[in-house]
Design a protein around this ligand. Structure first.
Ligand code: HEC
Length: 178
């Protein structure tokens, strides 16, 4: 008798939970254009933290950030990364704004608070379940890009113009010349 009652209670709970899930989906949908909730952002970052071994986190950037290295990385970023992240790194691009999760502002504290090793690891391997691809690439190139991510908060107008000459993301370079 008791068994039957428990069975009914468990059955009800399962139905209620499934119903709740359906209601959540009906209300929030699975649109990639929605903004992730603070909880989703927090959980995703925690999971990423847990998945990153300390040897990766603590690795130091072996490449010296000379002007040439930064210029190379800037061109590389303009060519391969800016479609999603924008020349400024703010993520305000047609692709970036339609993604879930969207690319974060790479100049902000969340990204700049990562270690060099973490940034390099993200560039090499990508982030699963997101639009961030793993680029593979040579370690050297990935370390150079890491320097450029650090440089983004200080990007000059002149540098942006050079990037735009590569990708025309902000309009054709000579569009306003007359
Ligand atoms: C197709 C779109 C796309 C391209 C191309 C792309 N990214 Fe991303 N990137 C993303 C998205 C989306 C995220 C956010 C993933 C997340 O929320 O976990 C991201 C996250 C990152 C992060 C982590 C930022 C943080 O605070 O967690 C770094 C660093 C990064 N990208 C660097 C690069 C570099 C360097 C390149 C070029 C070699 C690149 N990305 C190319 C979409 C892209």
């Amino acid at each position: 008798m008791g068994k039957k009652l428990w069975g009914a209670v468990v059955g009800l709970v399962v139905v209620a939970a499934a119903g709740g899930g359906v209601v959540y989906l009906r209300v929030h949908g699975l649109s990639a254009r929605a903004k992730p909730s603070a909880l989703e952002v927090w959980v995703a970052r925690r999971v990423r933290d847990l998945a990153t071994p300390s040897s990766v986190r603590d690795a130091a950037n072996p490449v010296r950030p000379t002007e040439l290295v930064l210029a190379e990385a800037r061109d590389h970023f303009a060519d391969h990364c800016a479609v999603c992240h924008g020349n400024r790194g703010d993520g305000k691009t047609m692709l970036g704004e339609g993604m879930f999760p969207p690319p974060p502002d790479l100049r902000g504290p969340a990204t700049q608070g990562l270690t060099d090793g973490e940034i390099m690891n993200i560039i090499r391997n990508g982030i699963r379940f997101t639009g961030m691809p793993g680029f593979g690439g040579s370690d050297e190139d990935n370390w150079k890009l890491t320097h450029f991510i650090r440089h983004l908060p200080k990007l000059s107008e002149e540098e942006r113009t050079l990037m735009n000459e590569i990708n025309s993301l902000e309009g054709k370079p000579n569009e306003h010349a007359h």
